[in-house]
Design a protein around this ligand. Structure first.
Ligand SMILES: Nc1ncnc2c1ncn2[C@@H]1O[C@H](COP(=O)(O)OP(=O)(O)O)[C@@H](O)[C@H]1O
Ligand SMILES: [Mg+2]
Length: 325
């Protein structure tokens, strides 16, 4: 019997198009001999086509497992994961808490700091209370200004002076009430993929070489000019340290399934910083998450098999939990 997999994609998010491309790659990569695919598309307004998943257990007897391929808001942030928990459906990737903590760039840093994991200096403001002089007194230029809960570099700018900072805060404030301002790190960008539930494993790292001043939306998805190097050219000790930190960060946010952990390596100090963790990383045919696994010995189709296996395994383990007296 084929496993019936529901792939949810699109979504009410600035990363809608990316999700569509990721889902396309996943649907194409799923072994038709093993899986029956059911597509659930969510449009930009949040409408589900052909129909929504209902929150009641047993309401979807036609689905064995769900693969949410939604990036950013209303999908990678725990909201859809909450729906799938209510529906008692097994699903690929992080649970509710890990999804929402990882999505929020401030919460993720707080959780990492509690475990002594290296994150860059930052200041959190809200669009109502963004005091520019206060930020300037706490961080040196250049700064990176980001909406706290988004991805794909949407709403992110690099500010070199007070005037740019003001514009950057206004832009980020359009995408989230909460804004995070970080010390800009001059150096290299590295990424590591992690896979697993109880015993997560890290892939070989890769390096991103942006073609622009930083790895912005155009560079990620439109220009096709950014260079990538898999595996990253690093001394063995640094590769080992990156992989260790990636797994530590994964555990710190209580992640399951998969994630991509992104790092900044400061040129001047040689120091590694965890920049962010993505619980539904880009999954297009050219995305780094599947590429890193390919170089680490797990091909695209095998990766999908593994993720589905992890989803089913987690759901089975959860059955040991009592929800009533
Ligand atoms: N503190 C920082 N110092 C230097 N570059 C940064 C910093 N924060 C972000 N960047 C640049 O901006 C890009 C997008 O930021 P990131 O935090 O990864 O947001 P997103 O979730 O949108 O991918 C990074 O890939 C990197 O090029
Ligand atoms: Mg990023």
């Amino acid at each position: 019997m084929k496993l019936r997999v529901a792939v949810i994609y699109g979504g009410r998010t600035g990363e809608h198009e990316v999700s569509v491309r990721s889902a396309r790659a996943i649907l194409d990569g799923m072994d038709p001999a093993r899986y029956e695919k059911i597509e659930y598309f969510i449009d930009q307004q949040g409408k589900w086509l052909p129909k929504p998943i209902l929150p009641e257990p047993g309401a979807q007897p036609e689905i064995d497992v769900v693969f949410p391929v939604l990036h950013g808001t209303f999908g990678e942030d725990g909201t859809v994961q909450g729906l799938l928990e209510l529906a008692d459906l097994p699903y690929v990737g992080a649970g509710v808490l890990a999804s929402s903590v990882s999505m929020d760039k401030e919460m993720m840093k707080r959780v990492c700091k509690e475990r002594m994991l290296p994150v860059v200096d930052y200041v959190t403001v809200t669009r109502e209370t963004a005091g520019i002089p206060e930020i300037c007194s706490r961080l040196p230029f250049p700064m990176f200004v980001k909406p706290a809960n988004l991805g794909s570099s949407v709403g992110i700018s690099k500010a070199h002076d007070e005037k740019e900072l003001e514009a950057a805060v206004a832009l980020a404030g359009q995408f989230d009430r909460k804004i995070i301002v970080e010390r800009g790190i001059a150096g290299r960008e590295l990424e590591v993929s992690v896979l697993g539930n109880e015993a997560p494993v890290a892939s070989l790292p890769c390096e991103i070489l942006p073609s622009r001043e930083f790895y912005d939306y155009e560079d990620k998805y439109l220009l096709d000019m950014a260079q990538t190097k898999v595996p990253a050219d690093l001394p063995p000790e640094q590769t080992a340290e990156l992989r260790r930190l990636a797994v530590e960060c994964y555990r710190a946010v209580d992640c399951e399934g998969m994630a991509r952990v992104d790092f900044l390596l400061e040129a001047a100090s040689g120091k590694l910083y965890i920049n962010e963790i993505n619980t539904i990383p880009g999954f297009t045919s050219i995305s780094m998450f599947p590429k890193m696994w390919e170089h680490s010995g797990i091909g695209f189709s095998a990766l999908i098999d593994r993720l589905i296996e992890l989803a089913l395994d987690r759901h089975k383990r959860k059955k040991a939990t009592r929800f009533t007296r």
